[in-house]
Design a protein around this ligand. Structure first.
Ligand SMILES: Cc1cc2nc3c(=O)[nH]c(=O)nc-3n(C[C@H](O)[C@H](O)[C@H](O)COP(=O)(O)OP(=O)(O)OC[C@H]3O[C@@H](n4cnc5c(N)ncnc54)[C@H](O)[C@@H]3O)c2cc1C
Length: 472
């Protein structure tokens, strides 16, 4: 018994205030439920505090810095002494302010919708009660329905355990006070390569160690080859087919020992970023699920149906905790569904397509089938491409590297879109909408796109697939 032990009851309790959890809480409250949102750290979860937002803010700053060379070429004299170019402390301050603005935005929406926020760590003590503990206080809360939205955390590799000082995860990376001279990145997935994007552009030498025979295995080779992150003229070194084994410490440096093609290599840096967890670890420990009927699947995540219900009827699960793809926008949609279903509304996660964006240089955006997957599924496949080097808009912004590729079945029905190029992440939305609406190539090709814009390239790629190209 803890001092201050009290008991309350609500319609809906949401555990975890990341993008999944706060969305479920807001939507549940909008549907008339009495909602309690429990968070042990910071409102906004991984995405807002140590993931999507701070990472993209730093990538923006690094690209901005890198583009100064272009300004000079087009007549804007932005020259200053190299040591004055980057005030990393100020950049970090600006990043923190960006996070804070979004944080207080989310908090004020939660307040407006009368969602009660409780600080502390929640665990189930039975199928209709959680216990929330924080330092010397504890409270039992009874609920009609609960949503588990506790997210995931980076996977630790044996031999490369995080020490938060030299062997770090993306969380510590985002809070570095200075740009390191050298860093070793273990893992050439999207989190590792986005780290390369920002660090290399700030002048850091980045050494990437990847166990597979190339980085970014989830993306087509001709897409990856466009990225400046893999270009030899860039200042990074990429070691593929290399298995990271252990870390040793020397003076102020950490040295990664890896096996490459049967030989031992040693790579040193001020930090070793471990970003190799293709599947981060779900936050299920100490959640008390053994006191409920919630089943954990073989791969350690929570299984849900289309209404986001777990095997226990009144307990829902959303976001990273339900497994891949672990993306904030998937968590948002699942949160909306869980909030609505908990309020008795006929809602379901029936989305067919989940877009994926990567904020490299240039950006990558993919949705739907890739060409190989389409070949396996359909007898006939049509593809079309449009290079950004032929886009008027791309020429005006000096961002001509990349292309849009569309993939369709033989009857012209759109099945997938792949974009590598400027604003690929933004352009994905039109592609995703088209796929969800079962669009055909000519639906997009004949839609008037404003000129000059980047999305014109999507329409042009569809025209190319239909052999009706005008601009190439
Ligand atoms: C570096 C990085 C970059 C990323 N970039 C992108 C991107 O560009 N686009 C994208 O879509 N996704 C990105 N992601 C992934 C994205 O952040 C996650 O998919 C998303 O945050 C998952 O949301 P969630 O609500 O499931 O969990 P989380 O955001 O992880 O939130 C879970 C919350 O639950 C809380 N919690 C856990 N256990 C308890 C408990 N027992 N009691 C109370 N509270 C608890 C945690 O403190 C946390 O705040 C990135 C991730 C990282 C690490």
């Amino acid at each position: 018994m803890v001092v201050g032990d009290i008991e309350t009851g609500v319609d809906l309790v949401v555990i975890g205030a990341g993008p999944g959890g706060y969305t479920a809480a807001i939507r549940g409250a909008q549907e008339g439920l009495d909602v309690l949102l429990v968070e042990k750290e910071t409102i906004g979860g991984t995405c807002l505090n140590r993931g999507c937002i701070p990472a993209k803010a730093l990538i923006h700053a690094s690209k901005f810095h890198h583009s100064i060379q272009h300004w000079n070429k087009i007549g804007i004299n932005a020259q200053c002494e190299p040591e004055e170019e980057i005030n990393f402390g100020k950049i970090q301050e600006w990043k923190e302010k960006t996070v804070e603005k979004l944080n207080s935005g989310v908090k004020s929406i939660l307040e407006r919708e009368n969602v009660e926020i409780m600080r502390g760590t929640a665990r189930f003590i039975d199928e209709s009660t959680i216990r929330v503990e924080e330092e010397h206080n504890a409270e039992n809360v009874n609920f009609e329905n609960a949503v588990i939205a506790t997210g995931s955390q980076p996977l630790e590799i044996p031999g490369l355990e995080f020490d938060k000082d030299k062997v770090i995860s993306s969380r510590e990376l985002l809070n570095l006070e200075e740009v390191p001279d050298e860093i070793v990145v273990v893992g050439g997935g999207y989190i590792g390569m986005e780290a390369v994007t920002k660090l290399a552009k700030f002048g850091c030498t980045v050494k990437v160690v990847e166990a597979a025979d190339r980085v970014l295995m989830n993306f087509q080779e001709d897409i990856v080859s466009r990225l400046s992150e893999v270009k030899p003229e860039y200042n990074d070194e990429i070691y593929t087919s290399a298995k990271a084994k252990e870390v040793k410490y020397e003076d102020d440096e950490a040295i990664l020992i890896a096996d490459k093609d049967g030989e031992e290599i040693e790579l040193s840096g001020e930090y070793i970023l471990v970003a190799a967890g293709r599947t981060p670890r779900p936050n299920l420990e100490n959640l008390g699920l053994e006191n409920t009927e919630v089943d954990i699947s073989e791969d350690g995540f929570l299984e849900v149906d289309k209404t986001m219900r777990t095997s226990q009827d009144n307990i829902f699960a959303i976001g990273d905790i339900t497994g891949n793809p672990m993306l904030a926008h998937k968590a948002y949609r699942e949160g909306e569904v869980a909030g609505e279903v908990a309020a008795g509304k006929p809602s379901a996660f029936d989305n067919q397509y989940i877009p994926k964006a990567m904020y490299t240089d240039p950006e990558v955006g993919v949705v739907g089938l890739n060409p190989e997957e389409a070949e396996e599924k359909f007898e006939e496949v049509i593809t079309g491409e449009f290079p950004f080097s032929a886009s008027g808009r791309a020429l005006t912004t000096n961002e001509t590297n990349g292309f849009v590729r569309v993939i369709a079945s033989g009857d012209g029905k759109l099945e997938g879109v792949q974009i590598v190029g400027p604003r690929a992440s933004d352009m994905l939305s039109e592609a995703t909408l088209a796929l969800e609406m079962q669009a055909y190539l000519d639906d997009i090709a004949n839609t008037i796109h404003a000129h000059p814009t980047f999305p014109e390239a999507l329409a042009e790629a569809c025209k190319d697939a239909l052999d009706k190209s005008v601009h190439i």
